[in-house]
Design a protein around this ligand. Structure first.
Ligand code: SF4
Ligand code: SF4
Ligand code: SF4
Length: 247
């Protein structure tokens, strides 16, 4: 009988320890500081990630003024930083509005008011992550149905702004043509300083990224491949990605 009680005590001790360890592990995994590893794409002007998490009061003002519906608030399924704004570029990139209204709307300093124009934005850097998918490189025309992809928001149950309608109209007519979508959509005032289609060794063309890229993610959004061939790496600079790589 004494043996049974000892086993039971051991079980209780170790199972409690297990739960405690799991809870601590979970807390660490959910800690705001672990977000640095995940590197979510933040709205224009976002200060350093750790500072951002401390300053952002989760008011949603940036989101409310964005005319492209680019900004979302993280929900509990994202694990940490719940309620903080981020941009999911596969769904909707930022279109670098001239007066950067999201920054102006931020009351807390989480979005730095020194970010006053598109050229001041430094969200990350675009990278042709999957060149083997890029249909411009394989001389494959933009597939039929692409416009449907771009129109997905007109059918959604939400207000579609005039600027969003203009964007959809701009992107119509690409079906069956060589893909230059990422370069054509780049919203900065001098897009050729950020991205250009250049001849590729295989006879196709490929997008090349330059140092004026602000990491807005518009190119990632419009890329017609099922998984975007071009993606934005959050909080990575041009120098880090293209000049210091392998140093
Ligand atoms: S710059 Fe414009 S499009 Fe980009 S997140 Fe801010 S308000 Fe939205
Ligand atoms: S290349 Fe892509 S990420 Fe860079 S500024 Fe242009 S659209 Fe934005
Ligand atoms: S949008 Fe750019 S990266 Fe994507 S398939 Fe077209 S050319 Fe390639």
């Amino acid at each position: 009988m004494a043996k049974v009680q000892t086993d039971r005590r051991d079980f209780m001790k170790y199972s409690t320890l297990g739960v405690f360890t799991a809870a601590i592990g979970g807390a660490v995994a959910l800690s705001p500081y672990s977000l640095q590893a995940e590197n979510r794409l933040r709205p224009p002007g976002a200060v350093d990630e750790k500072e951002f998490l401390g300053l952002c009061i989760k008011c949603g003002q940036c989101l409310q003024v964005c005319p492209y519906h680019s900004i979302k608030l993280a929900d509990f399924t994202m694990g940490h930083g719940v309620g903080t704004p981020y941009i999911d570029a596969t769904e909707r990139g930022c279109y670098a509005c001239s007066a950067v209204p999201c920054v102006l709307a931020c009351p807390s300093g989480a979005l730095d008011h020194h970010c006053e124009k598109p050229e001041d934005i430094h969200m990350g850097i675009a990278v042709l992550e999957s060149p083997e998918r890029c249909i411009a490189m394989s001389n494959t025309p933009v597939p039929e149905g692409y416009n449907i992809k771009m129109k997905r928001f007109t059918d959604a149950q939400r207000n579609v702004t005039e600027l969003e309608r203009e964007l959809i109209e701009r992107l119509e007519g690409y079906e069956g043509k060589q893909c230059t979508l990422c370069a054509d959509v780049c919203p900065i005032p001098n897009p050729l300083s950020a991205i250009a289609m250049v001849p590729d060794a295989n006879g196709g063309k490929r997008p090349e990224i330059y140092d004026a890229c602000i990491g807005c993610g518009a190119c990632e959004e419009v890329c017609p491949t099922s998984v975007p061939s071009i993606v934005v790496k959050s909080r990575v600079s041009y120098e880090d990605q293209y000049e210091n790589a392998g140093v």
